[in-house]
Design a protein around this ligand. Structure first.
Ligand code: PLP
Length: 428
């Protein structure tokens, strides 16, 4: 396949947009080459500026779980646009989507809508800090909670307690309040809590990690976090921006039967428009302004186009009792196919999967945390990525990403993909 016009468009973009993109991972830096410029998309397919059709395994990084240009979402947005696109005043629509989300997700009474997953996580930790009157938070290496200062933190040199900024522009003052733990390592978390007695407001976690590939929580990990939080007066925040409305109607809280204190949403909840949200039981949510003292606001929050898209998406998921089962079966079929052809071609690999989140790691060892995810062979990944692109298959341009399976994929699409992986992996 030829991606000539995309290359030209990228050169034009680079002149006026830093790196030619509005979000770094789109730039193909981890795999080399130039990004594909998309023109349109429908169902499981992308159509690019060169006239290529690609089978899409990113799906806008998650939101398009029912496929691109999903008819009910498109219709809802078009109809709303005719009636005015923003008011800065309350609408009935906001109550409708809030009520549906609260009905679908266990253990939440109230929900506040924002414009991105970043905002949701940023606001959730402020709420947790306001509620507990404590400053510090624990996050896990390799988990992503958006690009706000408190989360752009790496392990501090030698110190087990303090984090340090992993981007210029994040102050040391902010970094000192974020402690970094290893995913799937309860003992590590317990040590941090012990060393910072009565100072930790929240533990924030991707309950199934998706930003270092897909990494499932090991048996007892989430249960252990719940117990540690309960015992120490710490708020447990599930960042379900990726997993929410994807792994189950009620997200990981439902899937594994574990209750968080605050839950963050994004991606699917907006049906492809810019939406995030955070939610909790009333007792916690009532601390938010205007009811309580914890400030949080947004000019475009609850925007009617975004809420119309989100409501149509949640309704479609809520009304389809088989959708999560279908996603599970399709992804399991893909997993079995990839496993079969990679083994046949003597490739060293590990596949991780939970429901419709799946990742292929080019390493023989179990991938259970950031350290083990980082061991994957990136040269092989680059060959894999570019080989698949030549076959018309679009996976995330980084080895640290999960694939996002959409229900719009047919078994024929999956077979085409498995055959392409067979062909490409013969060239490793
Ligand atoms: C994508 C993501 C975010 C950030 O959401 P944005 O809408 O990109 O700001 C936060 N947390 C998780 C788990 C995510 O996957």
């Amino acid at each position: 396949m030829i991606y000539q016009r995309s290359s030209q468009l990228f050169a034009e973009a680079e002149k006026v947009i830093p790196g030619g993109v509005n979000s770094p991972v789109r730039a193909f830096k981890a795999v080399g080459g130039t990004p594909i410029f998309v023109k349109s998309a429908k169902g499981a397919y992308l159509y690019d500026e060169d006239g290529n059709r690609l089978i899409d395994y990113i799906n806008s990084w998650g939101p398009m779980v029912l496929g691109h240009a999903f008819e009910p979402v498109v219709e809802a947005v078009v109809a709303k646009a005719q009636l005015g696109t923003s008011f800065g005043m309350p609408t009935e629509l906001e109550t409708q989507i809030a009520a549906l989300a609260v009905a679908m997700v266990p253990n939440i009474d109230k929900i506040r809508f924002v414009n991105s997953g970043t905002e949701a996580c940023m606001s959730a930790i402020r709420l947790a800090r306001g509620y507990t009157k404590r400053d510090k938070i624990i996050k896990f290496a390799g988990c992503y909670h958006g690009h706000s200062d408190s989360f752009l933190i790496q392990a501090g040199s030698g110190a087990i307690t303090f984090g340090s900024p992993n981007s210029p522009g994040v102050t040391a003052g902010t970094a000192k309040d974020t402690l970094l733990a290893r995913y799937n390592d309860l003992e590590n978390v317990a040590t941090l809590i012990e060393a910072n007695k009565n100072e930790i407001a929240a533990i924030i976690v991707e309950p199934v990690a998706g930003n270092m590939g897909c990494i499932p929580p090991q048996k007892g990990f989430l249960e252990g976090l719940r117990q540690l939080c309960t015992d120490n007066g710490i708020q447990l925040i599930f960042d379900e921006v990726m997993t929410g409305f994807r792994l189950a109607k009620g997200g990981v809280q439902e899937l594994f039967g574990i209750q968080a204190d605050i839950v963050c949403f994004g991606k699917v909840i907006g049906g492809g428009l810019p939406v995030g949200a955070f939610a909790a039981r009333s007792e916690i949510m009532n601390h938010l302004a205007p009811l309580g003292p914890v400030y949080q606001a947004g000019t475009l929050s609850g925007n009617p186009l975004a809420m119309a898209a989100g409501l149509a998406m949640l309704q479609a998921l809520n009304n389809d009792d088989a959708v999560f089962q279908r996603l599970e079966e399709k992804t399991a079929y893909l997993e079995a196919g990839i496993d079969r052809v990679l083994k046949a071609n003597n490739v060293v690999f590990t596949i991780n999967r939970v429901g419709s989140m799946i990742s292929v790691h080019f390493d023989a060892n179990p991938v259970v945390d950031f350290q083990s995810a980082a061991k994957g062979d990136n040269d092989t990944f680059k060959k894999f990525f570019h080989g698949l692109l030549q076959e018309g298959i679009y996976i995330a341009p980084s080895a640290y990403e999960t694939w996002f399976i959409t229900d719009a994929l047919t078994y024929e699409d999956l077979d085409v993909t498995i055959q392409a992986i067979d062909k490409v992996s013969k060239t490793f």
